[in-house]
Ligand binder design. Sequence first.
Ligand SMILES: C[S@@+](CC[C@H](N)C(=O)[O-])C[C@H]1O[C@@H](n2cnc3c(N)ncnc32)[C@H](O)[C@@H]1O
Length: 250
Amino acid sequence: MRFDVFTLFPGMFVGVFDDSILQRARDAGLIEIHTHNLRDFTYDKHHVCDDTPYGGGGGMVMKPEPIFEAIEKVLGDDPAQRPPLVLTTPQGRVFDTDMAREFAQQPRLAILCGHYEGIDERVRTLVTAEVSIGDYVLTGGEIPAMVLVDAIARFIPGVVGDPGAPHQDSHATGLLEHPHYTRPLEFRAMRVPDILLSGHHANIERWRRNESLRRTLKRRPDLLRQVALSEADKNFLRELGWVESPISNV
Ligand SMILES: C[S@@+](CC[C@H](N)C(=O)[O-])C[C@H]1O[C@@H](n2cnc3c(N)ncnc32)[C@H](O)[C@@H]1O
């Protein structure tokens, strides 16, 4: 999958995309990440990309011309032939696992990073989706773009060493994931639960499912309304004091 990121600050991506799992995925040819500096698509001496807002007020607004120029040069003149273009904005749909999975089906995705007060409104005519990473405001869209690339890349086969992991992790199943343990068996008087040493696969799976339900009930009970629960799940949750909501989303 190819990512094209349009930004005023390409330097912010150095390191993040050049280390660990994303770097390995790039080396293996599973993902390509191209950052494009919007200043390279200006024609004035000072490469100006922002200006004061019409109507007055503080802050600067990103000018439309370099953005249109960059998108048309890199993604093509014909909007119908372009890959999806995501605008990072706190006004967008809040990013989640389903969106990451959907975007991971695309061969190519472009991401536009706002900065300052944001972009000139006319840029929105170029955009196919507006995505927020949460209900707070950051200084720029670069960190949101990194979040998107990382979360989407995990759903591309081969990027994560254990191919099952992205589909079993928290949120992918609709629940929070069960606890994990590794060696040593005992650490500072804390012992690994015996069930994990039993070698009994079915019992271990049931324990993991129950711990996942326990965690979700304690930390994110709202998620239980959106997940398909078996009778065994419901019985376990009832033992923990869960009362089934009359309003279920599944
Ligand atoms: C300071 S913000 C502008 C906020 C804008 N004035 C508003 O109130 O909607 C600058 C840029 O950061 C990015 N940004 C900030 N918070 C974000 C969030 N929660 N999700 C995605 N992008 C965000 C966007 O690209 C935005 O254009």
